[in-house]
Write a protein that binds this ligand. Structure first.
Ligand SMILES: [Mg+2]
Length: 186
C-alpha cells in the first residue's frame, strides 16, 4: 500500500526541539508542550508567528529534530513489508533543504517526498497525520483511504479517522488493512 506519512508531530519531534532550544537560549522555566495548533508564539516572547518562524529558520531547527519514538523503526518495518513510504509534509520553502538533509541523515526509507499544504492531493491508501486541518480533508477528499490521526493535544477525534496513540498501534492498523482498489494507477 501507499502510506502517506506526515513528518512533524509524527516522525520528527518539532515541539520538544524548539522548546529546548528556546529555553537554553532565553532562559526561564521550560515551557510545557503546546496544546494548541496555532499561536505557538504565545508561549514565547515573540510578538507573532512570523517572528517565531524567523527564529526557527535562523536556528535551523528543522535540521535538529529528534525522531519520535518508534517512528524510524516503524517506517523501516513497513517498507520491509513492501509498503511505499510517501512523505507528505507542509513546509515553508526555507525549511525544505534542511528537511531533506534530516530525511537523508535518518535514512528514511522513502522514494517519494511531497512538500505541500493540500496533502490530500497526494493519493495514498493510508494517511498518518497530526494536523487538525489536513485530517478532515483526508476524510472528505479520500473516503476510500484509511485516515489515521496521530493523537496530540492539538487535534481531536474526527469521524472517519482512526486514533493512533503511538507507532506500535500504527503498525498494527496497517497490518490489519487490506488494500482497496489500485491507488497507484491514479
Ligand atoms: Mg504534523
Amino acid at each position: 500500500m501507499r502510506l502517506g506519512i506526515d513528518l512533524d508531530g509524527v516522525v520528527a519531534d518539532f515541539d520538544n526541539c524548539w522548546l529546548d532550544r528556546y529555553h537554553s537560549e532565553f532562559g526561564g522555566e521550560r515551557m510545557s508542550t503546546p496544546i494548541e495548533w496555532d499561536g505557538l508564539h504565545r508561549l514565547t516572547h515573540f510578538p507573532d508567528m512570523p517572528a517565531f518562524w524567523d527564529w526557527v529558520r535562523l536556528r535551523r531547527i528543522f535540521r535538529q529534530l529528534e525522531p519520535i519514538p518508534g517512528a524510524l523503526a516503524g517506517l523501516r518495518s513497513l517498507a520491509a513489508d513492501g509498503h511505499d513510504i510517501v512523505i507528505i509534509s507542509a513546509k515553508f520553502d526555507w525549511a525544505i533543504p534542511e528537511t531533506l538533509e534530516w530525511i537523508a541523515e535518518h535514512r528514511l526509507p522513502t522514494r517519494e517526498i511531497h512538500f505541500r499544504g493540500d496533502k490530500h492531493e497526494v493519493a495514498c491508501d493510508v494517511y498518518l497525520d497530526d494536523s487538525p486541518i489536513a485530517l478532515p480533508n483526508f476524510v472528505k477528499e479520500r473516503p476510500e483511504a484509511l485516515v489515521c490521526r496521530m493523537v496530540a493535544p492539538w487535534n481531536t477525534p474526527i469521524d472517519g479517522a482512526v486514533d493512533i496513540p503511538d507507532w506500535d498501534r500504527f503498525l498494527t492498523v496497517v497490518a490489519d488493512r487490506e488494500p482497496v482498489g489500485d491507488v497507484a494507477q491514479r
